[in-house]
Design a binder for this molecule. Structure first.
Ligand SMILES: Cc1ncc(COP(=O)(O)O)c(C=O)c1O
Length: 402
């Protein structure tokens, strides 16, 4: 039998440790074990009912045909209105592309711009997909390690040191997945000051967690903080996290119109556009009542405070206090080198996460999946009851270590 010959670029893309972990969680669940899943990156809320109704109305109106590749004009205009309303940023509809999630928008942008051996600066800990998307285009992710001492923020000098003649993009993600760190306006200005001297380096500002920022912090979009670099910033956002619409697949990018045109060309030869019904639903999400955002934020905040208190009370664990998003990034450095009650050696964060799942039935993601060892990421986008039970189990696990 002949074997499919795969493109060599695929071999560069890692099989994420999260796959092994989620597969094991599924196996344990299928075997009847009670697994508390705190590894997913999605809100546990339903999509708001006004958005659901808008989708149903779109079906009834027959909005079930192909649309423009870059998205329906009404939605692109609504996205411009959103940028003006929330970020004081002026965009025209031809500077907007709507894709099947923020992920597709980033993918399109990289396909449109990267040549083999180009470099993209990515701050670790990073969202798992960033390096892999870059690798798929034979370009090289250049990882800049941020530390807890620096609030998990990339400094201006770190950025400057990472730039080479091959650098095409810097990825910025605020609030961050997985740490919840939020850049201030001044932080961005300092990065902008560096980038001013490198006119060929563009910025991809991933604002997808914009609506989830807790008291004490303030969201700023990079292009808003550094207006002189707006022309070479692609701002990516979406409705997955803010309006609990992960499954609908809708995100958008705003930036230079030639870049958007190139991305549209690519999208036109792949998925063409996000589902027509989704686009009408997204329009209602952006233009309809916005109270849902503050309601979700209040719930996330309550869970953040209580889960952080429970985890910080466990010997050897320490949470980085997130200013945004719905994750806790928890240090387990003090537990490494020990062994679990069943005798498993805990030499890495993957060992720790696997042993926690096997012995206590809680599923979280190791920091190494995000490029930073010695941590785990727990999503607090889960019910209060699940979070409380998970914290009890993690405490039991911590106590049982030898
Ligand atoms: C930092 C970050 N950016 C982008 C995305 C993409 O989201 P979507 O493709 O659902 O819009 C995610 C999803 O997990 C994310 O965490």
């Amino acid at each position: 039998m002949s074997k499919i010959k795969l493109a060599s670029r695929l071999s560069k893309v890692r099989v994420s440790p999260t796959v092994a972990i989620s597969n094991r969680a599924k196996e344990l669940k299928a075997a009847g074990r009670d697994i508390i899943p705190l590894s997913a990156g999605e809100p546990d809320f339903d999509t708001p009912s006004n958005v659901q109704r808008a989708a149903q109305a779109a079906i009834n109106r027959g909005e079930t045909h192909y649309t423009m590749a870059e998205g329906i004009i009404d939605l692109r205009q609504a996205i411009c209105n959103k940028f003006k309303r929330d970020n004081l940023l002026e965009y025209q509809p031809e500077e907007i592309i709507v894709g099947a999630g923020g992920k597709q928008v980033i993918f399109n942008a990289m396909m449109a711009t990267l040549e083999p051996d180009d470099e993209v600066i990515i701050q670790a800990p990073y969202w798992v997909s960033y390096p892999d998307i870059v690798l798929l285009f034979d370009a090289n992710p250049v990882i800049v390690d941020s530390t807890e001492d620096n609030g998990f923020l990339m400094t201006a000098s770190q950025l400057e040191a990472a730039i080479t003649p091959r650098t095409r993009w810097v990825f910025i993600n605020s609030p961050s997945n997985p740490t919840g760190a939020v850049y201030s306006e001044n932080d961005f200005k300092a990065l902008g000051e560096v980038l001013r001297s490198y006119p060929d380096v563009w910025v991809m500002s991933d604002d997808i967690y914009e609506s989830i920022v807790f008291e004490g912090a303030r969201f700023t979009s990079f292009a808003q903080a550094v207006p002189e670099l707006k022309d070479r910033t692609l701002t990516v956002n979406g409705l997955s996290k803010s309006y609990a619409m992960t499954g609908w697949r809708v995100g958008y990018g705003a930036g230079d119109k030639d870049l958007i045109k190139a991305m549209t060309k690519i999208q036109g030869q792949s998925t063409l556009h996000p589902c027509s019904i989704t686009q009408w639903a997204a329009l209602e999400a952006l233009e309809g009542p916005q109270e849902i955002l503050s309601e979700m934020l209040a719930t996330f905040d309550r869970r953040r405070v209580s889960t952080m208190a429970s985890l910080n009370a466990i010997n050897g664990l320490h949470c980085f206090a997130p200013s945004g998003a719905f994750y806790l990034f928890v240090s387990i450095l003090d537990h490494l080198g020990r062994s679990s009650s069943s005798g498993s050696a805990l030499d890495s964060d993957v060992d720790w996460v696997m042993a926690l799942m096997e012995e206590q039935g809680v599923s979280v993601v190791p920091g190494s999946a995000f490029g930073t060892d010695g941590y785990f990421r727990l999503s607090f986008a889960a019910s209060d009851d699940d979070l409380a039970r998970a914290c009890e189990r993690i405490a039991r696990f911590g106590k049982s270590l030898q």
